[in-house]
Design a protein around this ligand. Structure first.
Ligand code: TA6
Length: 277
């Protein structure tokens, strides 16, 4: 376990004995790099990402909480992605490494969202796999209600050559057009701006590229967002390079369609797992 400065922000790097490695910023508890054992970087991080307190970092796995997107009164994607989390623990075992970061409510959070909460982000890497788990507990005396997502920017060599499999038959919201559909294809290809929320995706998803593939599965995170800004939207994002959109595809498990309700004293967790296939 190594503490480091990552473009000016404090981070920790966990490395398993088999060489698998992940780097997590305290800013947003955001995973910004994952390299499986003997492999290559699997997360996209924009070359123009900004690394400043209060600003979201473009790439890696931002945590959207307690609101996904603009589906409510809070700032877009909530507020935990732009504040500093504490490192609770980090260690390596015989074939894994893990770290947990925590965030509790404080004056700043209560001014935005007037609730007591405790959030924990645990990253566990083994050879070819990374589990990212968000845990939330309600220490207050009123119910908590939230939506969330693990907004994973997966690296692609060339997004137009990638296919997303495992979505067939799912109901989805096409957020580019504002229309609802049922997925009829066995493979989704990314050839234009794509922003979809697939609901109740029970089966694993696969991101297939020529000569490599990644399996993506969720537990307690029933919905899956697929997002690529493509050329025009990307050009309006100052933290993306002109060709950056070709090197990424966001596939994000979340609890979006049905908010999570936590009674006083209750706990919840949701996990997304990435596996090199
Ligand atoms: O997850 C998809 C999405 O909600 C898109 O609509 C897009 O706006 C994206 O997130 C990125 O949001 P951001 O606030 O990080 O620019």
């Amino acid at each position: 376990v190594q503490h480091l400065d990552f473009n000016g922000l404090p981070a920790i790097r966990i490395t398993a004995p088999n060489g698998a490695q992940a780097t997590i910023l305290q800013h947003g508890a955001q995973v910004v790099s994952w390299i499986p054992a003997g492999g290559e970087e699997r997360l996209f991080l924009s070359e123009r990402a900004r690394f400043e307190p209060g600003v979201p970092v473009r790439g890696g796995i931002p945590i959207c909480f307690p609101q996904f997107g603009s589906r409510g009164p809070l700032p877009k994607h909530g507020f935990v992605r732009t504040v500093s989390w504490d490192i609770e623990s980090a260690r390596a075992g015989s074939d894994f490494a893990t770290a947990t970061l925590v965030l509790n409510d404080d004056d700043v959070s209560r001014a935005i969202w007037p609730h007591a909460f405790r959030a924990e982000l645990t990253v566990l890497i083994s050879g070819q796999r990374m589990d990212v788990e968000l845990g939330v507990s309600n220490p207050g005396d009123e119910p908590l209600r939230f939506t969330c997502a693990l907004h994973s920017y997966l690296a692609t060599r060339e997004v137009e050559e990638a296919r997303v499999e495992g979505l067939r038959g799912l109901r989805y919201l096409d957020a580019v057009r504002g229309t609802e559909h049922k997925e009829s294809g066995t493979e989704l290809m990314i050839e234009a701006e794509t922003d979809r929320i697939y609901f109740e995706a029970a089966k694993p998803i696969m991101l297939a590229e020529p000569r490599r593939a990644l399996g993506i599965s969720g537990e307690n995170l029933p919905d899956v967002v697929v997002w690529n800004p493509w050329e025009h939207l990307s050009a309006t994002l100052p933290d993306m390079t002109p060709l950056g959109f070709r090197r990424m595809l966001c596939i994000e498990h979340g609890a979006i369609g049905r908010p999570v309700e936590l009674a006083p004293g209750a706990e919840w967790w949701g996990r997304q797992s990435l596996v090199v296939l």
